[in-house]
Design a protein around this ligand. Structure first.
Ligand SMILES: [Cu+2]
Length: 404
């Protein structure tokens, strides 16, 4: 209905103050009255100068307000970003989503049905030569109840077989690659030129090399093909025990080998096997951490000992990146051989509670427990326990279970 012309929004004039300073005798239209007296001319000049000053001050005030406003906006944006990141830390850390603890409804039954990886140390072969045959294979492994992972591992899954030799034996390794891509095997127990021994083996091929096991301890072996982080994380690791000469270690009644490792998943692995997630591996954000490849398997299927027996744990931390702080709840290590240094009986520490086993390293720990009960063994870096790096040593004929 209105035929009025469009209204132009009125803007406050930044130099409006000029007019307020207009001299009382000035012309109505505010122009400088050049025909007036000298005093009027002076007033006009002063008034103009003051007007300009006020305008300039007004302009700077406006700019400062705008600056302050922009700074406030920037601060608000930064704060929003931080709070968004903090919120993400409990859920998806940007693109890194955690699948820790994923479980089907029948997880308990699956854990009970799972056949645990044998932790018992096998016998060392007799004679001067230990023949070791290893087969690499692409295989789907179970890493927790109902959680499948598409691994690059060994014929028997992950970890690889526990190898047991005696100090001074010649170890003859034969590696067969039944996987789809090149792999290799690096033995930490060997003093050998890696470019000669640890080279890539093409799919379908085998290689052999020998080394003399001159150093006693428990050592990691693993695929050393690039990217090593991925090959290890996919399951290509294991432990070799090299018995020291008699007289270094007290006789053990039970010997258990545990290989600690972590798993970085691309999905929860409940319906289809999960794959490796490099971003989570770089962030050292595992979904699962295990002893011998399966979360909590020795909670459902405890390792056993009789009261008063000397139980020896041979620990390798395969990583790929996180150390294991080995501890047995309810007791103290009678003997601990940090870094698996078994060069002499004096290598031992006594009566210590927790010892770090570094990624890529080993440790040997003796406990002698008199009182029957369930004694959890853990990495005492407790996120590892929540992610599966926990088991039980059942001493005596006790019932029930215990979680930790
Ligand atoms: Cu490999």
């Amino acid at each position: 209905m209105s035929s009025a012309p469009p209204v132009t929004p009125s803007r406050p004039s930044s130099n409006g103050a000029v007019h307020a300073q207009r001299p009382p005798t000035g012309s109505a239209n505010g122009t400088i009255p050049y025909k007036d007296s000298d005093s009027n001319a002076l007033w006009a000049v002063v008034s103009l100068m003051l007007g300009i000053l006020v305008a300039v001050l007004g302009f700077f005030a406006l700019m400062m307000w705008a600056d302050a406003h922009n700074a406030k906006d920037a601060a608000n944006r930064a704060a929003a970003k931080v709070s968004k990141a903090a919120a993400g830390a409990t859920s998806d850390l940007g693109a890194l989503r955690s699948y820790a603890g994923a479980a089907p409804s029948n997880a308990d039954a699956l854990a009970a049905a799972h056949k645990p990886f044998s932790a018992a140390l096998p016998a060392a072969p007799a004679g001067p030569v230990a023949d070791v045959n290893l087969t690499l294979k692409d295989v789907t492994v179970q890493i927790a109840p109902g959680v499948k992972y598409s691994g690059w591992a060994w014929a028997g899954g992950a970890p690889g077989p526990v190898i047991h030799v005696r100090q001074g034996q010649l170890v003859k390794i034969t590696l067969t690659n039944k996987g789809a891509i090149p792999h290799s095997v690096d033995f930490h127990a060997a003093r050998i030129a890696p470019d000669k021994a640890f080279g890539d083996v093409m799919p379908g091929k085998s290689v052999s090399y020998t080394f003399r096991a001159n150093d006693a301890g428990v050592f990691m072996y693993h695929c050393g093909t690039k990217p090593v982080l991925m090959h290890i994380a996919n399951g290509m690791y294991g432990a070799i025990v090299v018995d020291p000469k008699p007289g270094v270690l007290p006789k053990a009644d039970k010997n258990y080998v545990l290989v600690a490792s972590e798993w970085y998943l691309s999905s929860d692995g409940l319906k289809v096997p999960a794959q490796f997630n490099m971003d989570k591996a770089h962030a050292r954000m595992p979904d699962w951490m295990t002893f011998n490849g399966y979360a909590g398997q020795y909670v459902k299927h405890p390792l056993t000992a009789r009261p008063g027996e000397l139980v020896r744990f041979w620990i390798v931390d395969a990583g790929p990146s996180i150390d294991t702080d080995f501890h047995v709840v309810g007791t103290i290590f009678d003997n601990a051989y940090p870094f698996a240094d078994l060069s002499s009986p004096t290598s031992a520490l006594h009566n210590v509670q927790t010892v770090t086993v570094p990624a890529g390293g080993g440790g040997v720990f003796d406990v002698k427990i008199g009182k029957p009960g369930l004694y959890p063994f853990v990495s005492h870096a407790f996120a590892a326990v929540d992610e599966g790096q926990v088991g039980l040593l059942k001493v005596g004929n006790v019932k029930g279970t215990m979680s930790h």
